[in-house]
Ligand binder design. Sequence first.
Ligand SMILES: [Zn+2]
Length: 265
Amino acid sequence: MRWEELTSDRFPEAVQESGRVCLISLSVIERHGHHLPLGTDMYEGRGILDRVAAMEPVIVFPDYYFTQIPEARHQPGTIAIDGELMVKLLDNVCREIARNGMDKIVLVNAHGGNRGLLSLFPMLQLYHPQDYVLYVVDPIGKPMEGVTVPWEATENGHAGPGETSMMLALRPDLVHMERIVAGEGRALGRLKPLNEAGVVTGIWWYADQPHHYQGDGSKGNAETGEQILNNRAEYIVRAVRAIKADSEARRLQDEFFARSAAPSG
Ligand SMILES: [Zn+2]
């Protein structure tokens, strides 16, 4: 059930049917090489969660794309919300979902660059008592059983054949295969001496992939895209079923907040 498609009258019933579970796809608006649209992650996230909702009753939050992408600010069309606001906005959105009756909020990652945000954000929940539990599910980069892809693992990446395939399945009208520049997707390795010494900087992605294109998108095809979308949807459905069955996270969370309010008794 997509939140924005429900009527207000029907909403309370839908909350019950969903088991009070709401899924938000965390996507972003950023460059995806020459051949894919800025909203690629948004379309992928939407396509995957629509498939999830067809298999398991859940409420799907409207498209949400104000996430982590400062590394693409040099590229036209990027929407990179300030870091502080990004965290505050997501927290506000979670509280709005809870106010509307859902006490299991599931952040589903749809943008590889969100890993930093998705490590920090759940831990920030521990500062203040909540009347909901926040769960994170990240299907990106996980093994895809039963999906055979016509490319090597080293040929995939951001805007590479995997994402190209999903977009060919979802919105072929927005894909421009003829604009792919052969060889542009290789990593430039401009900070190799630092990387080899185990040093990380915030400019690491720009150093390697300034074009925001990784791998070889020309190997993408719609049929594989459909398989990837279904595989990721099944991965998330499995997670949602575990979340629906879970009561321990909430119990421990309540216990933790009670103890952390007065740790010395
Ligand atoms: Zn993407």
